[in-house]
Design a protein around this ligand. Structure first.
Ligand code: DIG
Ligand code: MN
Ligand code: MN
Length: 389
């Protein structure tokens, strides 16, 4: 398939080892694909044209690996990176799979588990830095509750803050070029997760000791699980200077975490997300935290990975066509026209301005009667996306 939708390094498309390496097992069924080695997954991503590969510590080095096994895996992984030219822009810690974290990691009620989570994360940060990661993600998959009586949410918030402050100090102490990106999710695998949305994290970051080191990693599926407009979450993060990373996939509303191929479910939302990222010049990774359907073999997994990237590039072209569409742009100019009649009231507050505004007479009925032409605008967008303009 050679056309203008071929991924290039400048697109910064990345995949986690756990995505293309997912053997397809789920809560109701066995693996459907053999487990590939991290090095083999790097070659697979190189074949489909990805820019980079991300990993949890234990995607790369099994939690019970011997030092010799660790050295061998790491050597093969580095050789694969060198051979393919792939980067490793993001790393993270698996603080959710091992039974030790069954009641949380940083927010566990058990101080020994909280300390072990810091221990594990510092070693994982070392590994990420060694492989060139510049973003370190924290997804609190087990940081939550099924039983509110068992855990005070304020204690959970404070434990999480203590852990992040400690780890920011560690990164500064080590001189690593790393910034942290917090990834929200409302539930699953716990009944309720702390910090359920990107907005919750944006409120939390400012309470940290080093807020400048910490941003967010919004994921499509997770904001959709909360019934939210993903692009709006991304826009607020961007506007706050906190969009450090992004997890792209797709997700039907009111479903468990589906982590589908980008654009597989909600093409219009995917379009407005791509349009936003391209309009603002987002320079970070386009990370596909997504999984191929369980129906697929590894050729299907490659189709999945190519589909994620192709859909992004096709929607990027649609965004350019949106910007160049004279009828759409003309309508937007009309919609956003400003006759300057309110200029005297704009800008910083003054007592005189407030007095004049209070005294001003508005044509409330006329303002409310205007037709805004949004039906026409939205239909034009649909026809753009349907390929008829
Ligand atoms: C799941 O959405 C989470 C974990 O896979 C990982 O910690 C993070 C990194 O993208 N996403
Ligand atoms: Mn997810
Ligand atoms: Mn994710």
């Amino acid at each position: 398939m050679s056309d203008q939708y071929q991924p290039q390094p400048e697109h910064k498309f990345t995949f986690g080892l756990w995505t293309v390496g997912n053997p397809g097992g789920d809560a109701f069924g066995e693996d459907v694909r053999p487990q590939l080695s991290p090095a083999d997954l790097v070659y697979l991503l190189g074949e489909v044209g990805a820019y980079g590969v991300n990993f949890h510590d234990n995607d790369l080095i099994p939690i019970n690996a011997t030092p010799a096994e660790r050295a061998s895996i790491l050597k093969a992984f580095k050789q694969a990176l060198a051979a393919t030219g792939l980067k490793a822009p993001m790393a993270t810690t698996n603080l959710f799979a091992d039974p030790v974290f069954k009641d949380g990691a940083f927010t566990s009620n058990d101080a020994r588990v909280r300390a072990y989570a810091l221990h594990k994360t510092m070693h994982a940060i070392d590994l990420g830095a060694e492989l060139g990661a510049e973003v370190y993600v924290f997804w609190g998959g087990r940081e939550g509750i099924e039983v509110d009586a068992a855990k005070d949410p304020v204690a959970g918030i404070r434990y999480f803050r203590d852990a992040l402050n400690f780890l920011c100090e560690y990164v500064k102490d080590q001189g690593y070029n790393l910034k942290f990106a917090l990834e929200a999710k409302p539930n699953e695998p716990r009944g309720d997760l702390f910090f359920p949305t990107t907005g919750a994290y944006l409120g939390f970051i400012n309470t940290l000791q080093y807020p400048e080191m910490v941003g967010v990693n919004p994921e499509v599926a997770h904001e959709h699980m909360a019934g939210l407009n993903f692009m709006h979450a991304v826009a607020q993060a961007w506007e706050a200077g906190k969009l450090f990373h992004i997890d792209l996939n797709d997700q039907n509303y009111a479903r468990f975490d589906q982590d589908w191929r980008f654009g597989a479910q909600n093409l219009k939302q995917a379009f407005f997300l791509v349009k936003f990222l391209e309009d603002v010049g987002y320079a970070g990774s386009r990370h596909f935290d997504a999984h191929a359907f369980r129906t697929e073999d590894y050729e299907g997994v490659k189709d999945f990975a190519r589909g994620c990237m192709r859909t992004y590039l096709i929607l990027k072209e649609k965004a350019a066509r949106f910007a160049a569409d004279a009828e759409i742009q003309g309508l937007l100019a009309e919609i956003h026209a400003d006759d300057g009649s309110m200029d005297a009231f704009k800008g910083a507050y003054t007592a005189a301005k407030a007095a004049a505004l209070k005294a001003h007479t508005f044509d409330r009925i006329g303002l409310g009667a205007r037709g805004l032409q949004y039906e026409k605008l939205d239909q034009l967008v649909n026809e753009l996306l349907l390929g008829v303009r």
